[in-house]
Design a protein around this ligand. Structure first.
Ligand SMILES: O=C(O)CCC(=O)C(=O)O
Ligand SMILES: [Mn+2]
Length: 204
C-alpha cells in the first residue's frame, strides 16, 4: 500500500469538465501479488462464456466470473451472470480496495487472460444497473498488459501499463465519456487476472 507511488491522471470529459484515474502501480508487494495470482487462477470457478454475434456462438476471449450477493445477477453483452458469493480470499481483497480508495464496492467482475491471445474489446462499464457515474476499481496480477482509454468524441487515447499488483480507480464520469480495452499481444504466454470492483444497489 504505497501512498508515495499513488498517481493521479486527469481525464477530460468534455465541456471543461474533468475526472481522473487514480493509479497505485505497486499496490501489492511481490509476494502478496504472487499469492493472489495463484489463488485466483486455482480457486476461481471460471466460466467460459459465449456471445451471440449474428447467429454465431463466439467464445469471449478470456474466462470470467461475477461475484457479489448470490441472489443477484449482472447482464452485459446479453450474458447473464448469476453472482457467486465472495470467497474469503476475495472478500479480503474487496475490503482492502475499499480501504485504499475510500469508496464502497460490493460486486466484482473477474477476468482471466490466459495468455496474450486473450483480451477485452473497447467498451464502457455503463450498464444502467451500475447506477449514475459508476466508479470502477481494478486490481491486476500476473502479466503486465496495456490498459487503453479512448474518449468517445475526441478519440484522444491514453495508455496505462498495469503491472503485477497494481490498483487503478476510474473516477466519476469516465464510463460515460471514455471507453477502455486490453488488446491482444503477440508472444505472451503468461497469464493475468484482473478484478474490477463495482458498487451496485442491493436490488440488482
Ligand atoms: O482487464 C482489465 O484491465 C479490464 C477489464 C474490464 O474492463 C472489465 O472487466 O470490464
Ligand atoms: Mn470494463
Amino acid at each position: 500500500m504505497d501512498l508515495f507511488n499513488k498517481q493521479t491522471i486527469p481525464l477530460p470529459l468534455g465541456e471543461g469538465r474533468f475526472s481522473d484515474i487514480v493509479f497505485w502501480p505497486n499496490w501489492l508487494g511481490q509476494s502478496d501479488a504472487d499469492e493472489l495470482l495463484e489463488t485466483a487462477i486455482n480457486k476461481t470457478p471460471w466460466r467460459k462464456d459465449v456471445i451471440n454475434i449474428m447467429g454465431k456462438q463466439i467464445p469471449i476471449p478470456r474466462l470470467q466470473n461475477w461475484f457479489g450477493d448470490p441472489n443477484t445477477s449482472y447482464t452485459y453483452s446479453r450474458i447473464r451472470l448469476q453472482a457467486v458469493a465472495f470467497p474469503g480470499w476475495m472478500e479480503q481483497l474487496r475490503v482492502n480496495v475499499e480501504r485504499e480508495t475510500e469508496k464502497p464496492f460490493n460486486r466484482a467482475l473477474v477476468n482471466y487472460y490466459r495468455d496474450g491471445k486473450d483480451s477485452v474489446d473497447w467498451h464502457a462499464d455503463d450498464e444502467v444497473s451500475l447506477g449514475f457515474e459508476p466508479l470502477i476499481a481494478s486490481v491486476s496480477v500476473g502479466a503486465e498488459r496495456v490498459f487503453q482509454l479512448r474518449h468517445n468524441v475526441t478519440k484522444e487515447k491514453i495508455k496505462v501499463n498495469l503491472p503485477h499488483g497494481s490498483l487503478l480507480l476510474m473516477g466519476a464520469g469516465v464510463q460515460e465519456h471514455w471507453q477502455h480495452s486490453v488488446a491482444k499481444v503477440k508472444q505472451l504466454d503468461d497469464p493475468r487476472v484482473n478484478f474490477t470492483f463495482r458498487n451496485m444497489a442491493s436490488n440488482n
